[in-house]
Design a protein around this ligand. Structure first.
Ligand code: ASP
Length: 408
């Protein structure tokens, strides 16, 4: 795809999103009719996720060459992710204490939503046990990406130590990787229409809560959004400048297609194919780093989600008039970070993980019912920041010694 075509598609995506918002609000019936086009776009993205994750991690790992380097790179990547996530939670906690959006808000709508009650409580042990798949095809079929990543890391690592026998297998996955990236390009051509239909359908469906947003929950939403903006505009670009020596604005513009898709789909995992395309092709990040860092990032690095978990929990405490001690807020800091690691990269996953944060400090689970009404919107905002954070992580890790000293 030439730069010019890319720009035209990008403009098409933005125009599509704007028309989708306005049309969904004023011409709801029509936009509910064409929602299926959005579903097809979303399906097309999801279709490539499993082969993309498996092939790109295997290719990324085998190109690193040896197991020790893999260990070091994984360590650095995790350390970087945890640091940025920690920063974002901290910003959220400070803001919600300053703005206090929950004071004076009545607990309307307080009931545990059914899909959360049915799930039972998410526990930290479940998250850890879930790392090891009992059946990799089962994990692939049900869209469980984290266990697939674990398997692919292992598989790729082992391929590098079995010598000659591993070569054709590596070449096979290189071919799959290249082919899938071509399919991603084809899907991007349909993005403007897909985005128009998806956004239109969602706004049409949630018309009432658009109005609600302005009322009681407005200040809460604003707190989350200000926090996300601080993280996206100050913290992350500083990391990019400092560690990867890149110009944040140019990097941001090049990520446009992925960020718009993240906002539209509310899923880091569905956005992953486009994130990879933008990071590798437009921002020219070391491909081996991108292949390794991005799938992992999409699954466990969710700065936006972590910030939201902390703000939402403290907002709920404020509504119920519960004054949380510093100790309890420290617990929220850690559980919000963990919840973001454990959250699946799909829509509303963060809301489900709220139960983990709320139970950790003894807050009522019914609070989730209060924030439910506008979660569809905040989900999109936090997913966009999640993807922005992942893409910057790729640039930063691409500049570490493991990759820099070993450019082909
Ligand atoms: N939808 C988010 C994502 O895919 C996760 C969340 O619900 O916070 O990144």
């Amino acid at each position: 795809m030439t730069r010019k075509t890319g720009n035209i598609i990008m403009i098409g995506m933005i125009v599509g999103a704007v028309i989708g918002v306005l049309g969904g609000y004023y011409l709801s019936a029509f936009f509910l009719e064409i929602k299926f086009l959005g579903t097809m776009f979303l399906n097309a993205l999801k279709m490539v996720v499993v082969p993309l994750v498996v092939a790109s991690i295997i290719v990324g790992v085998t190109s690193l060459g040896d197991m020790r380097k893999l260990g070091r790179t994984t360590g650095k990547t995790l350390a970087y992710y945890m640091t940025t996530t920690g920063f974002s939670v901290l910003v959220g906690i400070i803001l919600v204490n300053l703005i206090r959006p929950g004071d004076g808000v009545p607990p309307i709508g307080a009931a545990v939503p059914e899909f959360i009650a049915m799930k039972g409580q998410a526990s930290i042990v479940d998250v850890i046990v879930g790392l090891v798949p009992d059946n990799i095809f089962g994990a692939a079929a049900t869209g469980k990406i984290l266990p697939l990543i674990v398997f692919s890391l292992l598989f790729g690592g082992v391929l590098t130590v079995i010598g000659e026998k591993g070569r054709p297998v590596i070449a096979f996955f290189e071919g799959i990787n290249a082919a899938i990236m071509k399919i991603v390009l084809l899907i991007i051509y349909f993005a403007p229409i897909g985005i128009l239909a998806l956004i239109g359908g969602i706004v049409a469906k949630n018309r009432e809560s658009v109005d609600e947003l302005a009322a009681a929950l407005g200040l809460y939403a604003l707190t989350v959004i200000i926090g996300l903006l601080i993280h996206a505009v100050i913290t992350l670009p500083t990391m990019l400048r400092f560690f990867a020596r890149r110009k944040p604005f140019a990097y941001f513009v090049n990520m446009g297609q992925a960020l718009t898709t993240a906002f539209t789909t509310a899923s880091s995992s569905a956005t992953l194919p486009i994130t990879m395309e933008c990071v590798e092709e437009k921002n020219k990040v070391d491909e081996r780093a991108a292949a390794f860092v991005l799938p992992l990032g999409a699954t466990i690095n969710m700065d936006g989600t972590a910030l939201y978990e902390a703000v939402a929990a403290l907002f709920i405490a404020q509504i119920y008039g519960i004054d949380l001690s510093i100790g309890a807020q420290v617990i929220i800091f850690f559980t919000a970070t963990l919840a973001s690691v454990g959250a699946a990269a799909i829509p509303e996953a963060g809301l489900v993980m709220m139960s983990l944060v709320l139970t950790a400090v003894g807050l009522p689970l019914e609070g989730i019912g209060i924030i439910l009404a506008i979660d569809w919107f905040l989900d999109r905002c936090r997913t966009t920041v999640n993807v922005w954070g992942d893409s910057i992580g790729a640039a930063v890790i691409g500049e570490t010694t493991e990759f820099r000293n070993n450019r082909q």
